[in-house]
Design a protein around this ligand. Structure first.
Ligand SMILES: Cc1ncc(COP(=O)(O)O)c(C=O)c1O
Length: 391
């Protein structure tokens, strides 16, 4: 049936599979398994001679609706939904890496991703080199030698540094590496890494895709050959499956993604400009400000600057804690992408396990606060920050 090709239309209708009841909203198939009409049919399905569901660790209709809708949004040939963003990052790496491989990754990187690279992969004989996200010469140097995988976050959590995806895709290809982009901060609504040459994108769907702080989820999008030969066998045998209920929540989240991002982004731009004029702010990082060191790249690579702001408030950890503790409307939380505005101190929460020398090297300073802008009135958020920052 013709479903329309516009992004907003796809976010509402894409991937919908209606049962014979003709339900309006997508059905939740909360079932662990599926029945076979005969032993012969069971054998045929398991052998993949006939199509049909077998077991929800392998595939489930509600989860499949989410995967198909997201693949349409991303412009990907396939998508796999998993239990969390970290399950997505973990599977994207472990499904394809082998002992002796070399990974090149951007920094800063979300704390748990850095842990996988620096603590877990070395146990299996896989090495990682970190390159500062916005350092083109650093990328050229690191990828002048063969590598098997490149992992980047852009915009980066929490400093909002950017990586030039198209440039990096060329370097990665020349080095023999697949490029994996963690696109959680932008979502495909604002940035399409696959269209710029990346091989895979990974997401914490927990963030803007749910958008209301309700459930965890992860998504991986890319090319069907990789999914069929490498990723799906890994997922079905290791089992980081998404609950059909959470898949349904995320489907509902996708329906409103466009209007939430547009509204939250508008407020983020207003807030970032106001913060930049505040006398007690040392630095504001927001890809929509001309003062962002990569403002031109943001304009070229993203269709909007997003909903996240990083600010340095000066005075180290004590001052940052003081500002956070005085906020009333904006809540302290290490989540992001919610309709509630949330603030976090990355050095002691999301990136607390990153060694201090790496935090310093990659700009996760003690006076840095990350703000995830929500749907509240901009005036209330400005008043809240004004009171918290003090005269
Ligand atoms: C950039 C990035 N990648 C991955 C993750 C992990 O996602 P999840 O918490 O859904 O496992 C996060 C979570 O904060 C994140 O910010």
């Amino acid at each position: 049936m013709e479903q329309g090709t516009g992004v907003r239309t796809r976010l509402v209708h894409g991937g919908t599979l209606r049962s014979d009841f003709g339900e309006t909203s997508e059905a939740i198939f909360l079932t662990s398994g599926f029945l076979y009409p005969s032993a012969e049919e069971a054998e045929a399905r398991v052998a993949e001679r006939t199509a049909g569901y077998q077991y929800s660790r392998i595939a489930n209709p509600t989860v499949r609706m989410l995967e198909e809708r997201f693949a349409l949004l991303e412009g990907a040939e396939d998508c796999a939904a998993v239990a969390t963003g970290m399950a997505a990052v973990h599977a994207a790496l472990f499904a394809q890496l082998r002992a002796g491989d070399r990974v090149v990754a951007s920094a800063p990187l979300f704390g748990a991703c850095l842990w996988i690279l620096t603590e877990l992969l070395p146990r299996f004989g896989i090495t990682t080199e970190l390159v500062s996200a916005g350092d083109p010469e650093g990328w050229e140097r690191a990828l002048s030698r063969p590598a098997q995988l490149v992992l980047v976050e852009t915009p980066a959590n929490p400093t909002l540094e950017l990586v030039d995806i198209a440039h990096l895709a060329r370097l990665a290809q020349a080095a023999g590496a697949r490029l994996v982009v963690d696109n959680a901060f932008a979502t495909p609504y604002l940035q399409r890494p696959l269209a710029r040459g990346a091989d895979l994108t990974v997401y914490s769907a927990t963030k803007l895709i749910d958008g209301q702080g309700r459930c965890l989820g992860g998504l991986i999008a890319g090319y069907s050959r990789f999914f069929g030969e490498v990723l799906r066998p890994y997922l079905r045998n290791t089992g980081p499956s998404l609950s059909p209920f959470n898949a349904w929540v995320l489907l509902k989240g996708l329906e409103t993604l466009s209007i939430r991002i547009e509204a939250q982004q508008r407020t983020a731009q207003t807030l970032a400009s106001w913060l930049e004029g505040h006398p007690r702010i040392v630095e504001v990082r927001y890809p929509g400000l001309p003062s962002h060191p990569q403002a031109e790249l943001a304009e070229r690579q993203m269709s909007g600057p997003g909903t996240m702001i990083a600010v340095r408030v000066g005075g180290g950890r004590a001052r940052a804690f003081n500002v956070l503790d005085r906020l009333r409307v904006i809540k302290i939380s290490n989540n992001l992408g919610d309709v509630r505005s949330l603030a976090t101190h990355p050095a002691t929460t999301t990136h607390a396990k990153v060694p201090p020398e790496l935090r310093e090297r990659f700009g996760i300073s003690e006076d840095l606060i990350r703000i995830s802008v929500g749907l509240e009135d901009a005036e209330d958020l400005i008043a809240d920050l004004d009171r918290a920052l003090g005269p």
